[in-house]
Structure formats: C-alpha cells, structure tokens
Design a protein around this ligand. Structure first.
Ligand SMILES: Cc1cc2nc3c(=O)[nH]c(=O)nc-3n(C[C@H](O)[C@H](O)[C@H](O)COP(=O)(O)OP(=O)(O)OC[C@H]3O[C@@H](n4cnc5c(N)ncnc54)[C@H](O)[C@@H]3O)c2cc1C
Length: 461
C-alpha cells in the first residue's frame, strides 16, 4: 500500500509529488496517458504571470504571486529553462487606460512588485513593433516564461529520482474507501493508498464524484494558438496582453522560452473534454485580435497550430479542499495554474501535515535534477539541433519517453520548421532500439497511434 496516490501527472501533480518526496513515504502518480504532461500542462501560454489579474483575496491571487516568486529558484533546481521577459498590458482608449490603473492597484493589493504604468513613448522604447495606436500600458517586470511540459517532466522526474513511482496508462475509473482507498483503473488494475490527491485537471470533477463529492463541475474551455518560427522571434520580447475581460486575459503575444512567437489563445467552451481540434474560426479570431497589437505579423512563418483545453471550474477560483478524510481536491486549476503550481504544492503539503500525515524527512532528498553530461555527436533533429545522445537520455531518464511525442516534448526534436519531416524515422529507430520493441510498435502518443504499418523492404511479415 502507498501512503499517497496522486491522480494526474500534470504540473500540479508533479510539483506536489516533488514536494512530498522530501518525506520518507511511499508515493505513486497515476496517469491515464502514455506520458506525463498530456493535459493542460502540455498546451498553454507558458507564462509565469506576475499576479495583477486575479481578484484580491482569492486563492488564485495568493498562489499566483507566491508561485511567481518561487518559480525562478525551482527552475534552477530542476534545470528548466526560464526567462524573465516582463509583461505589458496595452491600452488603446481612455477607458483602457482607466482599467490599466485598476489593474495596477489590484496588482499592488495582491503583492506584485515593481509594477509601473507606462506612457506611449515608454512602451515603444521597450517594444518597437507594437501598433502605433497604443496609448499606454501596465508593465510587470516580474512576469516570465517557462516551457510548461519541461517543468512537468522535470518535476515528476525529480520526484521519481527521490523514490516516487509513476504508473502510466492507468485511467482511474472508480475509488473504494474502507480502511484505505482502493483505486481502480479502466483495464482492471488496482492500487491501495492511505491518502489520495486529485490533480486530474479536466476530469477532476469525475474523480471527486468517485468519493461522493459532487460539489463542483469542470467545463473544457478551448484555447487555440498559432506558433511562429524562431526567425520571427524579434517581433516581440515581452508578453503582450490586452486589458482583460470576463472571459479571461484575451488573445496575447509572447516570445516563448525557446524563442518562437506564440499567438493566441481563444476562449470558447466545448462540449467534449477531449475535443482539441483547431478551427478556422478560432485562427481568424486570433489574427483579428493580433492585428490590433501589431501593425505587421509574418504569418508566412507559422509552423504549427494547436489547442489547449482549460479545466474551467464553476466556482470562480481554484478548488483546493478536503471533502472527505484523507482525500484532497486540487481542481479547477486553470490559469494562472502553471504559475501557481509551486505554491499549490506548498499548500497541499501543509494540508496533509495539518491533517495528521506523519513522516520523517528523507535524509538523502535531492531537489536538483542535474544536467547530464552527454557526448554530442550525431545531430538527429536539424531544425532544433538535437543529438542522438540527447534523445537516448530522454528515453532513459525519469520519466522516460515511451513514444515519439514524448521524445519531442523532452528534446524539442520535431518542433522546428520541418515539424519532424527529417528526424521522425531516426527517432522511431532510436525508440525501437532503446525500448526493445519493433519499429512498427513505436507509437506517436501511445495506444494505437503506430507510425509504421509494416516493412516494405525485406518483405511484409
Ligand atoms: C489554453 C491555456 C492557456 C494557459 N496559459 C497559462 C499561462 O500562461 N500561465 C499559467 O500560469 N497557467 C496557464 N494555464 C493554466 C495551466 O496550464 C494549468 O493551470 C495547469 O497546467 C494545470 O495543471 P494540472 O496538473 O492541474 O492539470 P493537467 O495538466 O490537465 O493534468 C491533469 C492530468 O490528469 C490526468 N488525468 C485525467 N483524468 C485522469 C484519470 N481518470 N486517471 C488518471 N489520470 C487522469 C490527465 O491525463 C492529465 O495528465 C493555461 C491553460 C490553458 C489550457
């Protein structure tokens, strides 16, 4: 029996696991997909928000500001890329400028440091390509960018290096409570745990219902994006927002931590929690809104589009509570959830200790995920300059990649201009060698997503 089972291998589950790995307890992360970071933590804006947007007094406000302050150190320890590029909320009208003043005061109340209201001239001194219609902006220098799936993979890897187990393809379908919790998967497996932490993102309402808690529901709210090649990277340095409205922070533009330009997201509710299609309507909407931010955008440099689904809760705030003994909900963790995740981990740790979890600290706990010194010889992905050694490391290292997308998220191979056109066959070959499976059994993202059907040369088996 495990002491703690965490349902969901996203960034909140990952950072909670990393925090709890300080304790001398047995722990497991249960993830329904073939890899970690497959939910919201895979497809989002990657912004470490400063914290001027959430309503003061909410968990979102408190944990956002705290998480922002913790993030740089955590990224250093976990060897995760982090860039403090700052954020601007730009306004066009007198009404916008009034709202920017309101955001400024809200930010001060939330404890955000170094906020400034900038004049038009000061804005253009920072960002020369912004639309000349802009009248002023709020400037938040503490805003930053990270790679959300890198943070998730490295935090779960670090928890695993400190003794945490990870079970993939374990879709939790029911939970039984007697002396402890018995958690059942769709394919008939089960594990036992004394404590359960529900970090199941879009499905956290379903997990809560399994222990009799139907106090909240989660709606998928789609955010569509366009990603521009790194060559367009000098369009903007900071993250650029419009003044937010009731549906969120609106369409933004940012330079990702890897140097691409990210445009989006939309915010449209969908009926299906797995519906990640990109729509022509969504892309048109992004273009329209972005044309208000910039006079010119090089859309010929778009290399891909994607959709992330927000786990939008019906309570207007993060839902972090314990509806039944030894069971904790970490639900409704939409934006600024990535930023808040380190602080959420602290909060959940305190709740467990205050709730009676007794354990010694591990003497050999290591918060650092070290950089591995690899032999860099053969380049496999030419666009992103990823070597064979890096790909092998991504497969061998906790939590090891089991499929092509897993290698992609860990190394960026296939994320460049050719989107895997050159490197895909080589990655399939390396996965096959490393995992000891046939090339035909290597998948894109688990399940039945096989890439090769059969061999042409050498005969069809
Ligand atoms: C479009 C968009 C933009 C965003 N932008 C930002 C931003 O810029 N900055 C910011 O701070 N935040 C942002 N967010 C919010 C942020 O992405 C989330 O708050 C954060 O990723 C939540 O992480 P999580 O671990 O709670 O959930 P998830 O990452 O969704 O993880 C939940 C995990 O649970 C697994 N799971 C689900 N059901 C089961 C089951 N039955 N059994 C086992 N496993 C299960 C899923 O497969 C998944 O891996 C954005 C979100 C979206 C969608």
């Amino acid at each position: 029996m495990y002491k703690v089972a965490i349902i969901g291998g996203g960034v909140t589950g990952g950072l909670i696991a990393r925090k709890l790995a300080q304790l001398d307890i047995s722990m497991v992360i249960l993830e329904r997909e073939n890899d970690v970071a497959m939910g919201q933590s895979k497809a989002n804006s990657g912004i470490v928000h400063a914290g001027f947007d959430p309503v003061p007094g909410t968990l979102k406000a408190k944990l956002n500001v705290m998480g922002n302050q913790m993030m740089e150190q955590i990224c250093r320890e976990l060897n995760v890329k982090y860039r403090k590029n700052g954020a601007l909320v730009v306004g066009y009208t007198d009404e916008d400028i009034k709202n920017i003043e309101i955001l400024y005061h809200r930010g001060i109340e939330n404890g955000v440091k170094d906020l400034k209201v900038l004049t038009r001239e000061q804005v253009f001194a920072l960002e020369k390509n912004l639309s000349r219609n802009i009248k002023g902006a709020l400037y938040a220098p503490t805003s930053a960018v990270v790679c959300p799936y890198e943070l998730t993979i490295h935090s779960i890897g670090n928890a695993m290096d400190n003794g945490c187990d990870l079970i993939r393809n374990f879709e939790v379908v029911s939970i039984n409570k007697s002396d402890c919790y018995t958690i059942y998967s769709k394919d008939g497996r089960s594990i036992e745990a004394e404590y359960v932490i529900n970090c199941a993102g879009l499905f956290s309402d379903k997990i809560a219902q399994m222990v009799g808690d139907d106090s909240f529901s989660i709606v998928p709210r789609a955010g569509e994006y366009m990603l521009l090649d790194k060559e367009a990277g000098d369009l903007v340095e900071a993250t650029i927002f419009r003044v937010p409205n009731e549906r969120g922070k609106g369409v933004l533009a940012t330079k990702t931590v890897d140097g691409n330009i990210l445009l989006g997201p939309t915010a449209v509710d969908r009926d299906d929690k797995t519906d990640k299609k990109v729509t022509a309507k969504g892309l048109e909407f992004i273009k329209k809104r972005e044309s208000e931010l910039f006079d010119e955008i090089p859309y010929n440099m778009v290399i891909t589009q994607f959709t992330g689904l927000r786990a939008h809760g019906d309570k207007g705030d993060f839902i972090i509570n314990s509806p039944v003994q030894k069971f904790i909900n970490v639900a409704g963790i939409e934006s600024p959830g990535l930023t808040s995740a380190p602080a959420i981990a602290e909060m959940v740790y305190d709740m467990l200790i205050e709730g009676g979890l007794e354990a010694d600290k591990k003497e050999n706990y290591n918060p650092v995920r070290p950089v591995v010194d690899l032999h860099y010889g053969q380049v496999i992905c030419r666009c992103e300059e990823v070597t064979r050694a890096e790909i092998i490391d991504a497969i061998r290292r906790n939590p090891g990649a089991l499929d092509v997308d897993g290698v992609k998220r860990r190394t960026r191979s296939g994320m460049g201009r050719c989107q895997g056109g050159f490197c895909l066959p080589h990655i399939v070959e390396i996965l096959s060698e490393e995992l000891g499976v046939r090339e035909e059994d290597v998948t894109k993202c688990g399940g039945k997503s096989n890439i090769l059907l059969s061999k042409l040369k050498g005969g069809i088996e």
